[in-house]
Write a protein that binds this ligand. Structure first.
Ligand code: DX5
Ligand code: ZN
Length: 229
C-alpha cells in the first residue's frame, strides 16, 4: 500500500519545504496541467527538474496535458521515477509507454472516470501502473466518485488474471473516509492532495491513509472464501 501526496494542494511558493513535510510518503505526486487537456494550469518541466534535485522522494508525474507523445519523455529525462499520461490524449500509447521505460521511468496510463478500462486489458504488459481517476481531472478538493469502484475491481481482476505486477492507482477525493473503499476494490497506490496537505500533520495523515488502506485490503482477504480447504 503506497501513498503519494499530491503537491497540487501544497504551497507552490515553497515546494521544497512542502515536500519535506511528507517524509512518510512513498513518492510525491506532481500534477502537470496545461490549461488545454484540463481547465487548469499548474507547473511544468522546469519545476519538475528542480523538484527532482531537491526531493529525497521519487517523483510520480501525472501529466494532464494534450500531446503527451511529445511532452512526456522529457519528464522521464528530468528524473521522474514514474510518468503517467492520459489515455484520452495519447496518440500512440504503446510507443509512448515503451519510450518512457527505455528512458528509465515507470510508465503509467491514466483513465478519466468515463474512459473504459477494457481496451487496456491486452496492453497491461506495457505499463507499470494504471491510474484510475476518481474525480474529473483538473482540480484538487473534489468529492470521490464511488461510481469508479466497479472499474477498479475489473482492472484488479484483469491484472490478477494476467499475473502481471501492475499497480492500480486511484487519484481524486481520496481521504480517511474513502481510502478503504478504494483499497477494498483493489487499488494499491493512493494519491491524496487535500487530505494530506490540508492536515496539520501531513506526515501523520500519510501514515493514517496507509494504515486504513491496509486494514481494508486485509479485511477483504480475510473475508474472501479460502481455496485451501
Ligand atoms: C486532480 C489531480 C489530483 C488532485 C487530487 O486532477 O490529478 O492529483 O490533486 O487532489 P484531492 O486529493 O484533493 O482530490
Ligand atoms: Zn493527479
Amino acid at each position: 500500500m503506497r501513498v503519494h501526496p499530491s503537491i497540487l494542494s501544497a504551497d507552490f511558493t515553497d515546494l521544497a519545504a512542502e515536500v519535506r513535510r511528507i517524509p512518510t510518503a512513498d513518492a510525491v505526486h506532481v500534477d502537470v496541467m496545461d490549461g488545454h487537456f484540463v481547465p487548469n494550469l499548474t507547473l511544468g518541466l522546469p519545476v519538475v527538474e528542480r523538484l527532482a534535485q531537491v526531493s529525497d522522494l521519487p517523483l510520480d508525474c501525472h501529466l494532464m496535458v494534450e500531446a503527451p507523445d511529445r511532452w512526456a519523455p522529457a519528464y522521464a529525462e528530468a528524473g521522474a521515477a514514474g510518468v503517467t499520461f492520459h489515455a484520452e490524449a495519447a496518440a500512440a500509447p504503446v510507443r509512448l509507454a515503451r519510450e518512457l521505460r527505455r528512458l528509465g521511468a515507470r510508465a503509467a496510463v491514466a483513465l478519466n472516470p468515463a474512459t473504459p478500462v477494457e481496451p487496456w486489458v491486452d496492453l497491461l504488459g506495457e505499463v507499470d501502473m494504471v491510474l484510475l481517476m476518481t474525480v474529473e481531472p483538473g482540480f484538487g478538493g473534489q468529492s470521490f466518485l464511488d461510481v469508479v469502484l466497479p472499474k477498479v475491481r475489473r482492472l484488479r481482476a484483469a491484472i490478477s488474471a494476467a499475473g502481471l505486477p501492475v499497480a492500480v492507482q486511484v487519484d481524486g477525493g481520496v481521504s480517511a473516509e474513502t481510502v478503504g473503499r478504494a483499497a477494498e476494490a483493489g487499488a494499491d497506490v493512493f494519491v491524496a492532495g487535500s487530505a494530506v496537505y490540508g492536515a496539520e500533520d501531513a506526515a501523520a495523515a500519510v501514515e493514517d491513509l496507509r494504515t486504513r488502506a491496509a486494514a481494508a485490503a486485509a479485511g477483504t482477504a480475510a473475508s474472501a472464501p479460502s481455496d485451501r480447504g
